[in-house]
Design a protein around this ligand. Structure first.
Ligand code: SF4
Length: 403
């Protein structure tokens, strides 16, 4: 998860009475331990998450026997589904057999969480939506701020406020939602106080790709900040996009299994409606701020991807990355960057499609950046890329929607 989503998610756990904490920021030690316990065949996010978890166990105040690591799982074609099992094996071989791995899955309605399952899903969703909103505000304001650091302060204060609010608010759904909505209003007002220089010529770069590497700034060498140093604004695909995709997949699979009319389907519809309503309430204070920055429904993205990667034959981030790239290009983006871990099939498949996609969309520059912790020339490559984006900006045929 992104830093803000991780903190918000932890606050959601605490709201349910769980003594939760976020792993400390990834650093050189993360890579060192991750490399020691992985073979090199795993994808880069595996190395980073293993390193971060084992780093927690080095802390003198941490009792392994009382520690549980949270590592969700998923089915599907990618290696993420193996992470929880893999982490458990590594913990055993490192002498930490007493440490448990909590790995809830949507396949069994998160039954691994017992009585917490229902409030966990609702609270967790609200926290992730709120964290995405704060991140989006930060990415919009930071490239335009007049006084360096103002946006970062507004973001941190708003994140603290959000986490505090979640922990202190009643868990009763309507009251919790009201409290979180009020926290979002305070956040909006903080951001609106940031003095900005209006500059419609700021190139806008859509950032898509593998979910972990795209959102985890340590793993992607803080690519978004570097883009901003080159005078660009990033439109980063967020985490809720992925959750809407998994919901859409659940519907598709139920239909495929002939369960279009079933209790399971009814439950999925209700969950979707409730989540959509929560999202609307939390987004409401930002209607003006996000004009021109609207997120399309996930089914629209999947349709946009269809000519290149039909959703029935390809799963996961690759479909979303292609669909979002098309959407952003048609909505005035000046370039698309795909962030992927080295050797990740999502990035490899997308990279094969991007030349055709670029041709179809008037030559928008699309560039894949792979990460494995050994990048050397990222700044130089971004500099070259931004030249291409600026050249495209002058001749593009898709205007940006009015903000
Ligand atoms: S998407 Fe790629 S990098 Fe990410 S977990 Fe799956 S295989 Fe690994």
């Amino acid at each position: 998860m992104a830093y803000g989503s991780g903190r918000a998610f932890v606050a959601g756990f605490r709201a349910l009475g769980v003594d939760a904490d976020i792993t400390s920021p990834s650093d050189g030690r993360t890579r060192e331990i991750g490399s020691r316990f992985t073979s090199g065949d795993e994808c880069y996010p595996a190395k980073v998450t293993v390193g971060d978890f084992l780093k927690v166990l080095e802390r003198p105040d941490v009792e392994p026997a009382k520690t549980v690591f949270f590592m969700p799982t998923a089915d599907g074609p990618c290696r993420f589904g193996q992470y929880a099992t893999y982490l458990t094996r590594i913990l055993e071989s490192a002498g930490y057999a007493g440490v448990q791995v909590l790995s809830p899955t949507s396949q069994d309605a998160y039954s691994g969480l017992g009585d917490l399952a229902r409030p966990f899903v609702r609270t967790g969703w609200r926290m992730l939506v709120s964290a995405d909103i704060l991140q989006k505000m930060m990415l919009k304001y930071r490239p335009r701020e007049v006084h360096q650091g103002d946006t970062g302060r507004a973001y941190e204060e708003s994140l603290d406020d959000l986490c505090r609010t979640a922990e202190q608010a009643p868990i009763h759904p309507p009251e919790q939602l009201r409290a979180l909505h009020d926290s979002m209003v305070r956040a909006r007002d903080r951001f609106r106080q940031v003095q900005v220089a209006e500059d419609s010529a700021i190139p806008q770069i859509g950032v898509v790709g593998e979910i972990f590497c795209r959102l985890h700034t340590f793993s992607n060498e803080d690519l978004v900040r570097r883009l901003e140093e080159y005078g660009a604004e990033a439109r980063l695909s967020d985490i809720t996009e992925w959750i809407w995709y998994t919901i859409s997949e659940q519907f598709r699979k139920l239909r495929l299994r002939g369960r279009a009319v079933s209790l399971e389907m009814a439950g999925a519809w209700i969950r979707k409606k409730v989540q959509h309503k929560d999202e609307q309430v939390l987004l409401e204070p930002f209607a003006k701020d996000f004009r021109g920055y609207e997120e399309p429904p996930v089914d629209e993205l999947l349709e946009l991807a269809r000519p290149y990667l039909p959703r029935d034959g390809a799963f996961g981030e690759m479909v979303l990355s292609i669909g979002k790239a098309v959407y952003l290009a048609r909505h005035g983006a000046d370039g698309i960057i795909d962030i992927s871990p080295f050797t990740c099939m999502n990035g490899i498949v997308c990279e094969a499609i991007y030349p055709r996609l670029s041709r179809d969309l008037g030559g928008i520059p699309i560039r894949s950046f792979y990460f494995d912790g050994t990048q050397a020339d990222l700044d130089r490559d971004l500099g070259v890329y931004m030249e291409l984006a600026r050249a495209y900006q002058r001749r593009k045929r898709f205007p940006r929607p009015q903000a």
